[in-house]
Write a new protein. Structure first.
Length: 236
């Protein structure tokens, strides 16, 4: 199995940390975020990992090397200009017919990545790994008709959503046929264009811990969880 880690962002929400180090090298516990992901992927049977780099790319290359220390083949693609979360995939070469896992480089999760790949049907363009989230609204929410008539009133409701984990399984034909080379393209736009063209897009809903580490408070929370439950993320 093959995976792509998206590690090219500037990490603007994590400044001042990311002035001097790229976001994927920000440590969780004693370990860079990207190393946790590489170790997880290696342990789940992924043999080749491509890291898409941009901001401070040379530091990521220096830390991760060729992947031999984790028993995987590690290579890199580098964006000369920001290409977005999907556009950078046009740089990934040596594709075969097997699906590819794509994961944001600021993700802390215990998701079974291998199961997500195995459950992806090749006729589907993309499978979006999803996580259930509840959002508490601290206000009374009113539903109003166009003429101003009140339709309903809900006091401080809790809304329930399935949200994208920033983890995708992608059929290789999507990359070769639907991502223009050298053009900026973000994942929601790619998904929307596939659906508009009639291609199936699926979800993979798994019971898994997941945290986007893009903000300082989430980084602190992830650090505490990883330190206290390391075996959950990196089992021996």
């Amino acid at each position: 199995m093959r995976a792509v880690i998206l590690a090219g962002g500037t990490g603007s929400r994590l400044k001042p940390f990311t002035f001097t180090i790229p976001k994927p090298l920000v440590p969780i516990g004693e370990m860079p975020i990207v190393e946790i992901l590489i170790r997880q992927l290696a342990g789940q049977g992924f043999k080749r990992i491509t890291v898409s780099v941009g901001h401070l790319a040379q530091l990521i290359r220096a830390v991760c090397g060729d992947g031999s220390q984790w028993g995987v083949e590690l290579d890199y693609v580098e964006e000369e200009k920001p290409l977005g979360t999907a556009g950078c995939l046009s740089l990934v070469g040596d594709l075969d017919d097997d699906p590819i896992l794509v994961v944001n480089g600021d993700t802390l999760t215990d998701l079974d990545f291998g199961a997500a790949v195995r459950n992806h049907p090749l006729e589907a363009g993309i499978s979006i790994c999803t996580n259930r989230r509840e959002v508490a609204i601290d206000f009374g929410v009113v539903d109003v008709a166009d003429d101003g008539l009140l339709l309903g009133y809900r006091e401080k409701p809790t809304l329930d959503y399935l949200v994208s984990m920033g983890v995708y399984v992608m059929s290789s034909w999507v990359i070769t046929d639907h991502i223009p080379a050298g053009e900026r393209l973000d994942m929601p736009d790619l998904i929307g264009s596939l659906m508009a063209a009639g291609y199936p897009v699926r979800t993979h809903d798994a019971e898994a811990y997941w945290l986007d580490l893009g903000r300082i408070d989430d980084l602190e929370r992830g650090d505490a969880v990883f330190r206290s439950e390391r075996g959950r993320f990196l089992p021996d």
